[in-house]
Write a protein that binds this ligand. Structure first.
Ligand code: SF4
Ligand code: SF4
Length: 168
């Protein structure tokens, strides 16, 4: 597995290839089969990966909150919800996004300050165990520049599908 600090640079070198692989999958992959492959890779790779040694998602990806997820975090931090929103949240087309990257709640030891009430988007990232991945390949390619596990998933899938690497 690629080291967390190296994934961004490695992705830049194969970015076009990964986007080409997305088109390849869109044209050739069976939706259900692809979900099974992602699910199997997700289970296998995350079972032996220690995310606390990485936390690239907390550093490079903006978590989103549903409206009903804001109150519990504000309460946990002992803040009025309006103060919490003003300090930590920006609204973007009806979405509530964390303002700061790296995330304000990422502790120096890799733990999350709001672990017990963090939003679903944090708990489910990178969503590779969810159905309908064929329709989320754009996000998956973007995540392969952040998450070492997703980077590895795409490399394995390229081999499984006999995807020919090209120079772009
Ligand atoms: S989900 Fe991916 S990016 Fe986030 S900590 Fe785990 S390996 Fe790193
Ligand atoms: S809330 Fe926690 S899990 Fe979510 S991005 Fe911030 S530190 Fe990471």
């Amino acid at each position: 597995m690629i080291e967390p600090l190296k994934v961004k640079e490695a992705f830049k070198r194969i970015e076009k290839e990964n986007y080409a692989f997305r088109v390849f999958l869109k044209n050739r992959a069976d939706e259900d089969e692809l979900d099974k492959q992602f699910l199997s890779l997700h289970k296998e790779l995350f079972a032996s990966y220690d995310c606390s040694k990485c936390r690239n998602c907390c550093k490079m990806y903006s978590a989103t909150f549903e409206e009903n997820e804001l109150g519990p975090v504000a309460a946990f931090l002992n803040m009025p919800i309006e103060d919490f929103k003003a300090k930590y949240i920006k609204e973007d087309f009806g979405e509530y996004l964390l303002k700061m990257r790296p995330c304000s709640f990422l502790e120096s030891d890799g733990t999350c300050k709001i672990e017990n009430c963090k939003p679903l988007s944090c708990r489910e990232y990178p969503y590779t165990n969810k159905p309908e991945r064929l329709f989320s390949l754009l996000s998956i390619v973007e995540f392969s520049g952040i998450c070492p596990v997703v980077f590895e998933m795409l490399e394995r899938l390229k081999k499984d599908y006999g995807f020919k690497r090209r120079r772009y």
